[in-house]
Design a protein around this ligand. Structure first.
Ligand SMILES: CC(C)(COP(=O)(O)OP(=O)(O)OC[C@H]1O[C@@H](n2cnc3c(N)ncnc32)[C@H](O)[C@@H]1OP(=O)(O)O)[C@@H](O)C(=O)NCCC(=O)NCCS
Length: 368
């Protein structure tokens, strides 16, 4: 039996939630193309689809949104825990700690419920906005029940009702990023839940996995990269130097997609409308095509294309999101996918228990 590094090609679960076809560049959520949903649905409608398996009727949607917005207020003990954390704590660490503090102790641990999924999903933007404003010396902004999940997130961060164009672009990003099969964070969450542990513990594991630069941390690195490149003239020298040093270009490459990431394409379309004459965006498009060409030259046959994070960076920048909040914002969107997977895992649970091959020393007396 040989080990498979990174578990590449190993099927760890069956899921009805999404299908990622890396050869055709397709992402399907419960029978619908995610690209289409991103342009046509509200985030709440797409979340309903993932959690309940079908789109809501108008009446169901109204009830669902009322219930959702009623769960946004942060409990006092969660605020107190957040306030105790040192200023240097990264937002993802704040989030992980605050979700721990928000654990529902009175509900028992098993099995996870849709109510829990909705509650944690509703709380995450409030945690981020509360911490962000407190760290900046600003008064926290209470959630606005008139606004949907995406608009309210921007509202709680800035204290202002956001522009409809910003809400539309961020909604598209949120829907495209909400679910993506057996990625590292979803897998981490499912593994924890499979021990019959509680939803908060599984979400803390998922948040920990999301924090790493190879998974959720890429978009802010994309902004740093484009800021460092600064002009089209400098782009080729900068990219070649990185590749000569054996470093990775953030926002490129994917374990599953061996063609264009459909999420990146959809976001590129969306962002063209928002930032058509923006010099930074023009540079991003230029760097995308140059980097794809250089990756083909340096890594022939590896099929490295732009991934969702590259244009996620452009969307987040266009809606004035501070780069320190890029990974936490990705987390806001992914909460629905994670919790849907946890519910699915609970419905057909068997504890995850892979094996390892021992390659260490043997005692001298051992028979081989
Ligand atoms: C996403 C990612 C982690 C997938 O990793 P993976 O499937 O394990 O791919 P591997 O690490 O096996 O890479 C295969 C080859 O392509 C190269 N490669 C992969 N992504 C690369 C990138 N972004 N820049 C340069 N080279 C890259 C690797 O160096 C490796 O080269 P080698 O065969 O000469 O050793 C990887 O592509 C990456 O690190 N991308 C940058 C981070 C990023 O954008 N993350 C967001 C993902 S949505």
């Amino acid at each position: 039996m040989a080990s498979v590094t990174g578990l590449e090609g190993i099927v760890a679960a069956e899921t009805e939630l999404s299908m990622v076809d890396g050869e055709k560049g397709l992402l399907i959520y419960r029978g619908y193309e995610a690209k289409r949903l991103a342009l046509e649905l509200s985030y709440e409608e797409a979340a309903y689809l993932l959690w309940y398996g079908q789109l809501p009727t108008e009446e169901q949607l109204v009830d669902f949104c009322v219930k959702w917005s009623g769960l946004r207020a942060l409990p006092a003990e969660v605020k107190a825990v957040i306030d105790l954390l040192p200023q240097e704590f990264e937002m993802m660490s704040v989030l992980r700690t605050a979700i721990s503090a928000a654990e529902e102790t009175n509900r028992g641990t098993w099995s996870p419920s849709l109510e829990g999924a909705l509650r944690y999903t509703a709380l995450v933007p409030s945690i981020i906005a509360y911490r962000y404003r407190r760290s900046a010396g600003l008064e926290p902004v209470e959630p606005n029940p008139q606004l949907g999940h995406v608009a309210n997130y921007l509202f709680m961060l800035t204290g202002e009702v956001p522009l409809p164009a910003h809400v539309k672009a961020l909604t598209a990003y949120f829907i495209l990023a909400m679910e993506h099969g057996m990625n590292a964070s979803t897998f981490a969450g499912r593994v924890v839940l499979s021990t019959q542990s509680d939803m908060a513990s599984a979400l803390c594991a998922a948040i920990g996995a999301m924090k790493g630069p190879l998974h959720g941390g890429a978009p802010s690195e994309v902004v740093h990269m484009l800021d460092a490149i600064a002009t089209k003239e400098r782009a080729e020298g900068w990219l070649r130097q990185r590749l000569d040093e054996g470093q990775r270009l953030m926002g490129f490459g994917h374990r599953v997609y061996k063609t264009f990431d459909p999420r990146a394409e959809a976001l590129r379309e969306m962002i063209i409308r928002l930032s058509a004459d923006d010099a930074w965006f023009e540079l991003a498009v230029y760097v995308e095509s140059l980097a794809t060409r250089l990756l083909d030259e340096y890594k022939p046959g590896r099929k490295l294309y732009t991934n969702v994070e590259f244009y996620a960076a452009a969307v987040l920048r266009a809606v004035n999101m501070p780069s320190a909040l890029f990974t936490p914002t990705f987390t806001v969107s992914r909460m629905v996918g994670w919790t849907a997977h946890l519910l699915e895992q609970a419905g057909c649970n068997r504890i995850f228990r892979p094996q390892s091959i021992y390659i260490g020393a043997m005692p001298e007396t051992a028979e081989v």
